[in-house]
Design a protein around this ligand. Sequence first.
Ligand code: GLN
Length: 341
Amino acid sequence: MSAMPILNATPPIAPLTGVAAELQGLIDEQYALHVGNADGVLADYIPELAKVPPDQFAIAMATYQGQIFSAGDTGVEFTIQSVSKVFTFAMLLEIAGRAETYRAVNVQPSADPFNAILLDPKNNRPFNPMVNAGAIAVAGRLRQDLGKSAFDEVLKTFERAAGRKLEVDDAVFQSERDTGHRNRAIGHLLRAVDVFDVPVDEVLDLYFRQCSIKVTAIDLAVMGATLANLGTNPLTADDVFHLDATRDTLSIMFTCGMYDGAGDWSINVGLPAKSGVGGGIMGVVNRQAGIGVFSPRLDENGNSVRGKFSCMGLAEQIGLHAFDPTNPGSTYLRRLTAPRR
Ligand code: GLN
């Protein structure tokens, strides 16, 4: 890949003033409010994830103009897991086009767990690209269209969205490859109904590898900001995704990104978002900012507990809910970037 700036994953060193200081203060406040919450459990069905120090916690926000605010363990890398589904889905939309993509996967929320071995009886397709079956269908189509270079393309796209070089956590990858029998079953089911016609093992290899890419909370915030910024990374000005792919992706994140928690999330947080069992949550404030939160203990839906509460708190404090007209709106974010008079 051509030279890519390595971003300094730390908040600005100069003291913050004005609205930037207020925003940083609100993020610090959410951190302090939730850091003591030890509810939830690690995703121990992937043995390697059971070894992650459970107390780690980070909150980050990146604006569409590339300012970064953060608190906690922002330098800690964790595996992206299901947040990856957002970006492989956007890739497939671009590579295969809308019609082909929606021949492989539906766009309906499902009331089943993320790892359900289940297809929509209507047409034998996965319910949506945010559950495992949908993401494995997407991986299958990417593997089919891109051949053996599929993973390199996925990694390159994730790097462009994050604005820095990323690596795979080999131990987590091996661990999931050795134990991911449910996902393998889903892969065979999809192969049986002709969603893709490449070897199931190669598709699963791609899926497990994409889930094992390591990111920080700041990376998730920047990747979210790339989607918020109409597909252009605000730090590198790289046009990573087209507008159409970005729009469909955000829509499906809104309805399906938080699995069974999606309904509660939509009324309480009101942002398109995606969680992963590594403990990451990525939220998108359309046209304004990305949010990245990391805390590995999960609730019964597989969503990070402290991640969920801190997103809820931030949305409330900053006024981020997409459909709340009485809210100050994202006044903070607007003031932050308002032209000087
Ligand atoms: N790799 C994980 C799995 O397939 C991803 C699930 C998730 O993050 N919800 O089980």
